[in-house]
Design a protein around this ligand. Structure first.
Ligand code: COA
Length: 170
């Protein structure tokens, strides 16, 4: 298919659940733009924007059909600015449905030309979220089946930096 799709999210951090959606989308779309959102409705991100974008770029460094970009403001405005009309979202469980329906209807209201397509997240990742990963890693658990190595390394670097900061203030 000669279509480009935008896959938005906060990706703080990206997980194998997101990666699975992107890889499957590449079988349907010519190009996937992974759009990393600054705003997370009140959530303070663990990773900076540069880190989140950098991690995803590193993971997909050999896949030229994946483009990673930050975006600010309304998703519909960003989508229009890229001359794209299709947004991709993953659905993990029925619990995601209500929020996704609301969001896709709101986006449709703001811009009638934008369509949202949904892909079911594979069942082995349906329990996964970025917060779960941060919990597991910060409490010393193993997450190598849930996120790529680069996420684990960057997380541990950030954690060490923060501990050093705290110690240097004591
Ligand atoms: N695998 C694993 N985890 C997944 C997943 C998947 N396939 N899909 C979603 N998740 C997780 C995410 O990691 C995230 O976890 P967290 O809450 O612990 O951080 C959680 O599910 C929610 O993800 P998502 O629904 O993608 O929300 P988001 O905050 O990452 O992104 C935006 C939401 C950015 C797309 C949305 O807020 C937006 O469009 N913002 C721009 C402003 C705007 O236009 N607002 C009006 C919209 S109507």
């Amino acid at each position: 298919m000669d279509k480009v799709v935008i896959y938005p999210g906060s990706f703080d951090p990206i997980t194998y659940g997101h990666i699975n959606i992107i890889e499957r989308a590449l079988k349907i779309f010519r190009k996937v733009i992974v759009a990393v959102s600054y705003s997370q409705s009140g959530k303070k991100p663990f990773f900076s924007m540069e880190e989140r974008v950098g991690i995803i770029k590193e993971i997909f460094r050999r896949e030229r059909r994946v483009v990673v970009e930050p975006f600010k403001g309304l998703l519909v405005d960003y989508v229009k600015s890229r001359n794209v009309d299709t947004v991709l979202r993953g659905l993990r469980t029925v619990a995601d449905f209500e929020f996704e329906l609301q969001m896709s209807l709101a986006n449709k209201k703001m811009s009638g030309n934008i369509e949202t397509v949904f892909m079911m997240t594979e069942d082995r990742y349906s329990f996964l979220s970025s917060s779960i990963i941060k919990d597991i890693l910060s409490l010393g658990g193993r997450a190598d089946e849930l996120v790529p190595d680069v996420v684990i390394r960057r997380f541990s670097d950030r954690l060490k930096e923060r501990k050093t900061d705290i110690v240097s203030w004591e």
